[in-house]
Design a protein around this ligand. Structure first.
Ligand SMILES: *Cc1c(COP(=O)(O)O)cnc(C)c1O
Length: 242
């Protein structure tokens, strides 16, 4: 990332305009959709820019990278009025990194097994604070993606709802290949609407709210917003290629 803060602000405005247009076209209130800047592979300054711009949170896909950048970001922001951002893990989480993940992140979007539920619940209990989570579902049935299968989501949700130290806020998915590549838009659309349908069904069946639907990235956020996304995770369109 070698852009000045002013350029970052232009890019945020452009992404916000895309979100707004997609929301209005779908008859939705654009304020229902939050922009989560994805700072992975970029220096801590990327998170500082997000905080200055008032975006409130950043997404990282690796535990160690987030654990290193979080204090760096706080140090860079010392003396500024912008509050430190919240940190969200959006990448695959291995069992042996659960403790560090629970210490580092305010929310974990990539919970996809009952084993992770148990380990995260224990870690949050030991830390003495509840941990917000999203359940990651492989709604596009992409063999290259993490996330539980659609059929396994009810069991995973049941386990997560029963975990006393976890707060289950909704679901996350990644569309196969993203919609950057020609020919995948229809698959992305089906992926997003499958997650939306799953959420609606399970929220009814379990009698819980599950308001968050984290779906959409730089290349496919319009499709995700049309399908009901409440959180788009955007890296490239804000910080450039990695
Ligand atoms: C990297 C990443 C993103 C951001 O992707 P861009 O195409 O750069 O916007 C979103 N979600 C997840 C899970 C990611 O790993």
């Amino acid at each position: 990332m070698n852009i000045p803060y002013e350029e970052f602000c232009f890019r945020v405005a452009a992404v916000e305009a895309r979100i707004e247009a997609a929301a209005r076209a779908a008859g939705r209130d654009p304020r229902e959709v939050r922009l989560l800047p994805v700072t992975k592979t970029h220096p801590a300054l990327a998170a500082v820019f997000a905080a200055r711009r008032g975006l409130g949170a950043v997404g990282e896909n690796r535990v160690q990278e987030g654990a290193a950048k979080r204090p760096e970001t706080a140090a860079l922001l010392a003396g500024e009025t912008a509050p430190a951002p919240r940190w969200e893990l959006i990448g695959h989480l291995q069992s042996n990194k659960v403790r560090l993940a629970a210490e580092t992140f305010d929310r974990i979007q990539s919970v996809d097994t009952e084993k992770l539920v148990r380990h995260l619940d224990r870690a949050a209990g030991e830390l003495g604070r509840p941990l917000s989570v999203l359940l990651q579902v492989n709604a596009g049935r992409d063999p290259a993606k993490f996330g539980c299968e659609l059929e396994d989501a009810p069991r995973l949700l049941e386990a997560a709802l029963a975990a006393p130290h976890l707060r289950v806020e909704g679901f996350m998915t990644i569309a196969p290949l993203g919609a950057n590549e020609a020919g995948t838009a229809e698959h992305a659309r089906r992926t997003f609407s499958a997650l939306r349908g799953l959420r609606d069904e399970l929220a009814g069946r379990f009698g819980v709210a599950l308001p968050e639907l984290s779906m959409g990235m730089s290349g496919d956020l319009e499709l995700a917003v049309a399908a009901g996304s409440t959180c788009v995770r955007v890296g490239t369109a804000l910080y450039g290629t990695r």
